[in-house]
Design a protein. Structure first.
Length: 322
């Protein structure tokens, strides 16, 4: 057993105190139980194993990735145990806790301006591409466009949810960035039970919601928001909208307020996207008249955001209600 073997098989817990709907069961899958504290350990493990098997990543090689932090922590963790060099690019909105975690695990980080447009060479994705071209024999995880990303969820997260609910799941709720989590899990669950309904929350300021509704990319929908790790300014190839039944937009206030409530009422200290997912699960629950079993995801650990939305002063300074 090494640290890599502890990826996956995370607990699924029932929300008790914040669910007022007696005919609805809401479960949260606690992905912060993964070794680097997020759901991303699953995809990085799968993608690195595949690269090794195909000879794309050799002993002592370099892994490069653009990441909002969690994929970086997963890369840094697996690179540490396997002896790879890790270079990670990210926008400067990523919390200091996340940046310092990567450095602690021995990774090199390159921070770029959050305001850089998707077509700018300074954008963190383009920066990762450039670095991986410059370093001979380096391997890029390419989480946005790599179909092994949803496959990791199809092979692990989906089957775990199916087993843990004894096949009773009726609704699945997950927001997305690469779309790996929502697409891979939805594919597995719908193969098992086609009527499973997939709901994808999306932050106001992301292009996914408009794209889902109109099938057109509306660059005017792009805006800034504080929630880290979901929503997008481009359409990722790992995102398969044919597996999504409905989308719902949320605000930073919705996500942060619910994350704080989860911590205080359920003892679950998750990140902002976990708050958004539970907020959407509660909205969905309010609309359901028949007994249902909703499963949602808490993608990462709230400790990463103690200086942000778990901090009252930060909330007030940034115009949020407590
Ligand atoms: C905190 C957090 N939540 C949710 C997600 C969304 O996961 P996915 O990329 O599988 O759509 C991410 C991805 O970066 C994340 O960092």
């Amino acid at each position: 057993m090494n640290i890599e073997n502890t990826v996956g098989n995370t607990p699924l817990v029932k929300l008790i105190n914040i669910n007022p709907y007696k005919h609805i069961e809401i479960y949260a899958k606690l992905e912060f139980f993964n070794p680097s504290g997020s759901i991303k350990d699953r995809i990085v493990k799968h993608i690195i194993e595949d690269a090794e098997n195909r000879g794309l990543l050799k002993k002592g090689g370099t892994i490069v990735e653009n990441t909002s932090g969690n994929t970086g922590a997963a890369v840094a963790t697996i690179a540490a145990i396997k002896g790879y060099r890790a270079i990670l690019t990210m926008p400067d909105k990523v919390s200091t806790e996340k940046q310092n975690t990567l450095k602690a695990l021995g990774a090199e980080i390159v921070v770029t301006p959050t305001s850089a447009a998707p077509n700018s060479p300074e954008h963190y994705v383009n920066t990762a591409k450039r670095i991986s071209e410059e370093i001979k024999g380096s391997f890029r995880i390419n989480q946005y466009d790599n179909l092994l990303n949803p496959e990791a969820h199809y092979l692990t997260t989906g089957p775990e949810i199916w087993e843990q609910t004894g096949g009773k799941i009726t609704h699945y709720v997950a927001s997305g960035s690469t779309g790996g989590t929502i697409s891979g899990v939805s594919r597995f669950l719908k193969e098992k039970k086609p009527e499973v309904f997939s709901l994808m929350p999306d932050p106001a300021g992301s292009i996914y919601y408009d794209y889902f509704k109109t099938k057109k990319i509306n660059n005017d929908a792009i805006g800034t928001y504080f929630v880290e790790g979901v929503g997008e300014d481009h359409i990722a190839k790992a995102m398969d909208f044919s597996l999504v039944d409905e989308m719902i937009q949320f605000t930073d206030q919705d996500a942060f307020e619910t994350a704080r409530l989860l911590a205080r009422k359920e003892g679950i200290l998750g990140g902002g996207t976990g708050g958004a997912n539970v907020w959407a699960a509660l909205k969905l629950a309010a609309s359901l008249t028949v007994p249902s079993v909703i499963v949602t995801i808490i993608p990462d650990n709230g400790v990463k955001y103690l200086s942000k939305f778990y901090n009252d002063e930060w909330m007030v300074k940034n115009g949020f209600k407590l």
